[in-house]
Design a protein around this ligand. Sequence first.
Ligand code: NAD
Length: 550
Amino acid sequence: MTPPTVTMTGNFRVPVPHNEPDRPFAPGSSEADSVRAEIKRVENEVRDLPHVVAGVRAFTGETMDVVAPHRHSHVLGRIPLADATVTTSAIEAALRAQHDWSRTPWWDRAAIFLRAGDLAAGKYRDELVATTMLGQSKTFHQAEIDAACEVADFFRYNVFLAHQIYGDQPASLQGNFNLLDQRPLEGFVLAVTPFNFTAIGANLPSTPALMGNTVVWKPSEKAALSSDVVMRLLEEAGLPAGVINLVHGSGKDVSATAVAHPEFAGLNFTGSTQVFRSLWKSVAENLDSYRSFPRLVGETGGKNAVVVHPSADYDAVKTALIRSSFEYQGQKCSASSRAYIPRSMWDRLRDDMVETVRTLRVGDVTSHETFVAAVIDEAALRRMERAFQRASQLDSHRLLVGGEVHADEGWFVEPTVYETTDPHAFTLSEEFFGPLLTVFVYDDAKWAETLPLVDSASPYALTLSVFSSDRAAIEQALDVLRNAAGMTYVNDKPTGALMGQVSFGGGRASGTNDKTGSRLSLQRWLSGRFVRETLAPATDWAYPYLDRSF
Ligand code: NAD
């Protein structure tokens, strides 16, 4: 591991972060054995995963089972479902903690999150990986890059970025002393997080908290097992009680109470476009009752395209398509789900893809043979099943491989590829969030005509890949598709954004594009105040130009 160096602004030093390296998890490796031991420990109990409000654990009222998606009869834990009383107590706890936390020096807050980064990369690493594997059905590799590496990266890089923000002060000329007081928002922030990344669960409540805000965090009920580990880790890192209050339950119920509160100051949301739109509308309905205009940050759905020019490297295209369409069962917001392939390449790629996809093992996450595990729940499996049925009824679609679901033991969906002749097909437009790739084949001579089709086929604009070895073709695609994605990859797959390198966020129906992992995403939780002090104030009201001799 590269030893961190230090950087300085003013009198403060913070470590220069680097991306936490992922462990390879080869069969029989010490890291695989160590995570397997942790998996056994987690599997052998049914964990009560309580709310954490003002540092106090509460487990009352209606409950819900947390199961392993790849073995849905296996209950791993239980969560309580918050009612309005629990949510209100979490809001009140956040508001009580606000005064002291907002006045805690930023370097003290930073120290807590730096320690959290080290705990994620160290002491809690295997537990984060094991709970993410079991609760969210990720393979060793997928769980490691998410729950260990990215969690640690978020905590460490956010501190580095916060340091830059606090160090950025206005000029003071002789006779003045100017200060930018980077205040947190007045009120509380609601963080609502999705199931698919433990790292997003860790990042969304902690970004506003690092900047001095207090938070009510509603994690996905489908990621409750790993969210519980994140909360314990933050507490061990020294986060004071009440700064982040974890409330389990229905997103609709918790947010209805939170968004109606006059002290609601902001929403940090990642999830589906439809839910974010509904939250934005409820904020609008409550607008007259708020003390301040709430900040709304939402990173939402995607329909990410891989656009291939005839000059592209064949193996690179194939590898990118397999990995980014089927890793984590296509349940990354950045997963590719549509591809535009030139006819000259498709004749070979089609058979090759079909053959390779058939070899992808679908199964239990603890097997080293598994590439594709289970989708998150039955609703996801049925959504995929409906999409397959719909596509199979259309003359414009041809099923090349997959197209079946298996629900007996786990929520398994076969990795599936369709070819379509319709550039406006629903399979090129809608997000399904599962292992479904649709390919549109274009005539090699029609590259220029194909690019606008990529731009207009879907309302989303999250990630995009362009494959070509022709510089002019790359430039043309970057120009025509400028607003079609927040992250465009050239000759690489559209998944795998890394803190410090590619900040994440998309436009159009994909969200507010506040770029997770950038200064902007921290800045949203601040409301600056300028303090200007004049050292020798004027004592004569009259200006020199005035003739006062009359
Ligand atoms: P989801 O929208 O179903 O749920 C997200 C969160 O919202 C959960 O905590 C859930 O409990 C809550 N929720 C659900 N219904 C709600 C409602 N009516 N009101 C308020 N809250 C509600 O999303 P998901 O299935 O957890 O995650 C998948 C979605 O998230 C996909 O659309 C994916 O593209 C998107 N996503 C986007 C990004 C990004 O950075 N753009 C990253 C990850 C996931």
